[in-house]
Design a protein around this ligand. Structure first.
Ligand code: AMP
Length: 205
């Protein structure tokens, strides 16, 4: 029973492997099928949190054990074999993906939170969202100078949030290797805000 479960799991994981070093065309054909399943699971919620916004709801991905695993493996495949000291996740859905990735890589996890949530001394960066204005904070001792960092979030929209996170990471002296997103709304050109940081996303709309 255990052996067959373990081999099923191994088989499943192997279909998600990248064929080569991380790059935009590095997905094996089997992984494309998994990407389609992930894409199908992301639920569009019109007019949330305000009229005109189509909210990409990733909770159906989280609640499906196979898809949740697959989504974490996408991030992991980008990270394995690189020298990474910290994964930084953005409040709040970036915590769900980022902390699992950090746990599996055996590296530290750093939360960047909306203003007023972190208890210790912070650095603050302002940004504008697809649907509003806000400020993000990071603890001043969360990243040591010279540490190599990967930024993780569920979705890249206008890029304001992750650009603010990049400012906080660099202010602390961290080297931002890459920003990784499960979903990218390409029509909003958010990756421009992050230049020259390399940006990778797995599901593009
Ligand atoms: P932005 O700063 O515009 O790139 O917005 C990215 C942040 O806002 C991410 O943390 C997302 O979780 C959230 N977000 C923005 N737009 C959407 C959307 N259409 N669907 C789901 N989340 C969104």
């Amino acid at each position: 029973m255990h052996a067959s479960r373990a081999s099923q799991r191994r088989g499943y994981r192997s279909e998600l492997r990248l064929t080569s070093a991380p790059g935009p065309l590095a997905f094996a054909p089997m992984a494309l099928d998994t990407l389609e399943k992930l894409r199908a699971a992301v639920r569009d919620v019109p007019d949330f949190p305000k009229k005109g916004i189509v909210f990409k709801d990733i909770t159906p991905v989280l609640s499906d054990p196979v898809l949740f695993h697959a989504s974490i493996d996408l991030f992991l495949d980008r990270c394995r074999g690189r020298k990474i000291d910290k994964i930084v996740g953005i409040d709040a859905r970036g915590f769900l993906f980022g902390s699992a990735v950090a746990y599996e890589l055996g590296v530290g996890f750093v939360p960047i939170r909306k203003r007023g949530k972190l208890p210790f001394q912070t650095e603050i960066a302002s940004y504008s969202l697809e649907y509003g204005e806000a400020e993000m904070e990071m603890h001043i001792d969360a990243i040591d100078a010279g540490e190599q960092v990967v930024l993780v979030d569920d979705l890249l929209a206008t890029g304001g949030t992750s650009a603010a996170a990049a400012v906080l990471i660099r202010k602390a002296g961290g080297q931002l290797l890459e920003a990784q997103f499960l979903i990218e709304l390409e029509f909003l050109h958010g990756r421009k805000q992050l230049e020259p940081t390399p940006v990778i996303s797995f599901l593009k709309y």
